[in-house]
Design a protein around this ligand. Structure first.
Ligand code: 1GP
Length: 241
């Protein structure tokens, strides 16, 4: 089977744009899985991300198993903590919080995760994760006790992404934060895209098709949206295939 990373890389090479729907197990009603997943299937989504900042230990696994009943799309773990790792998904984004200086989120949690990952079938993708300030403090900041990078210091954002690439990270996720008031600007996305060769993922605060299209135009390879679907599932209608 072709690896999901290779598939992402190949698609991007052909100029395709990717889209992920993020489901936070903590905010999602399990009984809604069938209808929600069917809407994902008819949308432009290429991936389903599952994760959140604060999630009950077994909730992720239960949700992933339920989603799998209704879709063939790859399910990607986007974990806020080690407890959210489950073999039932397809991919694990092995995230390093590069914007912060908290050792747990740079290496500590990763060491902790290894005992869960021995013998796993999960495809593990080392991913740089950069939180960029977006108007209000986000859940990630609170949980990790780190600061976001200033959205005005574009050189620092670019250098941070480049450092992650040089360390061997395979994806770079630029994050405004779940439910952010301000999505990332085209200037930020373009600046990072110009400097790094690895695929860049953009998420946080996107609520319109125009914002998604602008992110793609600026260089986003994948856009991730969660809150807009939580607030109003009719957003799927605008994003149909
Ligand atoms: C959050 O980037 C994701 O980690 C998606 O953000 O929920 O604001 O769409 P939203």
């Amino acid at each position: 089977m072709m690896s999901i990373y290779k598939n992402i890389f190949d698609k991007i090479g052909k100029g395709e744009k990717l889209f992920a729907v993020l489901i936070d197990p903590d905010k999602f009603e399990l009984a809604n899985t069938e209808s929600f997943t069917k809407k994902i299937n008819t949308s432009i989504a290429t991936h389903i991300f599952v994760g959140g900042s604060i999630v009950d230990a077994t909730a992720t696994e239960v949700l992933v198993l339920e989603i799998k009943k209704y879709t063939n799309l790859p399910i990607v773990l986007f974990p806020g903590d080690v407890s959210q790792i489950t073999d039932t998904a397809d991919v694990l984004l092995f995230l390093s919080l590069l914007s912060g200086r908290h050792p747990d989120y740079l290496i500590g949690k990763h060491v902790e995760a290894v005992s869960k990952l021995r013998g796993t079938n999960l495809e593990i993708i080392p991913t740089g994760y950069i939180l960029i300030e977006s108007g209000v403090p986000t859940a990630v900041q609170k949980v990790t006790n780190t600061k976001a990078l200033s959205r005005d210091n574009i050189q620092l954002i670019v250098d941070t992404a480049k450092a992650g690439e040089l360390l061997g990270m395979k994806l770079m996720y630029l994050e405004a934060g779940s439910g952010a008031k301000l999505a990332l600007t085209k200037t930020i996305i373009k600046a990072v895209k110009t400097e790094v060769q690895i695929p860049i993922l953009i998420g946080g605060g996107m609520r319109s098709k125009l914002q998604i299209e602008e992110a793609y135009e600026a260089g986003a390879d994948m856009v991730i949206v969660g809150t807009a679907f939580e607030e109003d599932e009719s957003f799927f209608d605008i994003l149909s295939k």
